[in-house]
Design a protein around this ligand. Structure first.
Ligand SMILES: [Zn+2]
Ligand SMILES: [Zn+2]
Ligand SMILES: [Zn+2]
Length: 437
């Protein structure tokens, strides 16, 4: 099949990818395996380090006690990639290096093993930008510490990093600092079906994709394989874009994040028109300001899994005159989402459903194109309806989710198949005589 995308020079943005012909909404555009990837430290106990599946009980590598696998098959398959890493991990115990250090080390191991690398088909690691020259001194300092950590971590396996790398690795990637900078700017977060982070990976060809705050493509994962899919109709020669960040956020916040993390100023149409900022700030500021101010603390409580405290904090904000703030308000939406999350963890199903339902019309407004976040939110609400025995509502919500997920994930993706199964279940339940329900 002829490739649907090609590399080009995007005016004002440098390298980019564009469509070679017409691409319709919902079409797959490109799929890629990573040059290297690893499970995130925070998911390391719940996810198989080979196939990236979430599992209740995992076998632990007896040597490093860090890597975990579904079964001996996954463990055996992972060994050639894990062997060198295992030795490095052991040498640092009980310390565990950060995700970017572990990923950079895996990249080095891959590069030191000569082979054909399809992941670099369109763009090589050598060509990746490090953005070191445009970084603030503090950021550079942070990266220097990571680079020092990388050298310490690799000591057992690649004691003379710079020298060994000179033999096989292009000059621009040799310095640990430049490599770490390239990795942190260009790696993608690998997420599971619920959009929870499970790993990090470098997909060189797709690092060419530029950002837009209303992108025409989305990326979804199947294990560690990355799929790029169109969420709008795309014309021949049109640039393909993804969003590097959460799109439901104010222009000023998006711009700040893009500058700090990715070192560019966004000039997309949404940024120029400050699209939806007014809607996101709707309501009386005196009423929504307490919500805005409470969010950092609520986020901390969420990170500590103190769900009771999260729920108390959220409901005290939403109950008294939370009604005075329109549901479209961004801060109210975030507080409502946190309340939903807390209720689900505390098994307060009816309350969870009330919060979940409040968010749906707002998600519809803020995600004009099919988006995985919107699809997954509908699935969460659908599951709550199902759990509470509301079959008609379940059917309706799952149907809306399906319309989105089949575009963003495609009909063969496990998440779409799972959803199809759930819809069939509902249909069967609805067709039973009501007395037996
Ligand atoms: Zn596995
Ligand atoms: Zn190990
Ligand atoms: Zn923008």
């Amino acid at each position: 099949m002829a490739p649907k995308l090609e590399r080009f020079t995007s005016p004002g943005k440098g390298n980019g990818l564009r469509a070679t012909g017409r691409i319709r909404k919902g079409e797959p555009v490109y799929s890629a395996e990573p040059l290297a990837c690893c499970v995130s430290n925070k998911a390391a106990r719940q996810v198989c380090h080979h196939c990236f599946t979430r599992c209740e009980s995992l076998l632990r590598c007896s040597q490093c006690k860090m890597a975990r696998y579904c079964d001996t098959t996954c463990q055996k398959r992972a060994w050639s990639g894990h062997k060198r890493e295992c030795k490095c991990l052991r040498s640092l115990l009980p310390r565990i290096p950060t995700d970017s250090v572990r990923l950079a080390a895996r990249i080095i191991f891959t590069l030191l093993t000569p082979s054909q690398r399809s992941s670099e088909e369109l763009y090589t690691l050598e060509e990746h930008e490090s953005h070191l020259s445009s970084m603030s001194p503090q950021k550079r300092e942070g990266l220097s510490q990571l680079a020092a950590m990388l050298q310490l971590y690799l000591q057992q396996e690649v004691p003379n990093l710079t020298q060994e790398m000179t033999l096989v690795i292009p000059p621009s990637c040799q310095e640990p600092l430049s490599l770490i900078a390239k990795v942190t700017c260009n790696c993608f977060t690998i997420s599971d079906g619920e959009l929870q982070e499970i790993g990090v990976g470098l997909y060189p060809s797709l690092s060419l994709l530029n950002h837009d705050c209303r992108p025409n493509c989305v990326m979804v994962f199947e294990g560690t394989k990355l799929h790029l899919r169109a969420v709008q109709d795309i014309s021949p020669k049109e640039e393909l874009t993804i969003s590097y960040i959460e799109t439901v956020s104010l222009t000023v916040d998006r711009q700040r994040q893009l500058e700090e993390q990715y070192h560019f100023t966004c000039h997309c149409q949404r940024c120029d028109s400050q699209d939806m900022d007014g809607l996101m700030l709707s309501g009386d500021e005196a009423a929504w300001r307490p919500m805005k101010e409470a969010l950092p603390r609520l986020g901390e409580l969420q990170a500590e899994f103190d769900w009771q405290a999260v729920l108390e904090g959220c409901s005290s904000l939403l109950l008294p005159d939370g009604g005075a703030v329109p549901d479209e308000n961004l801060y109210k939406l975030r507080v409502t989402d946190l309340a939903l999350d807390a209720c689900v963890h505390l098994a307060h199903w009816e309350e969870a459903l009330r919060y979940g339902e409040k968010t749906l019309p707002v998600y519809r407004q803020y995600y004009p194109d099919p988006h995985p976040v919107h699809g997954v939110q509908l699935m969460r609400v659908g599951k709550l309806h199902h759990y509470l025995g509301h079959i008609e509502e379940t059917m309706d919500t799952f149907t809306q989710a399906y319309e989105i997920i089949k575009v963003t994930h495609g009909s063969a993706h496990p998440l779409t198949c799972d959803l199809r199964g759930k819809l069939e279940e509902c249909r069967a339940e609805l067709s039973q005589p009501s007395s037996s329900r």
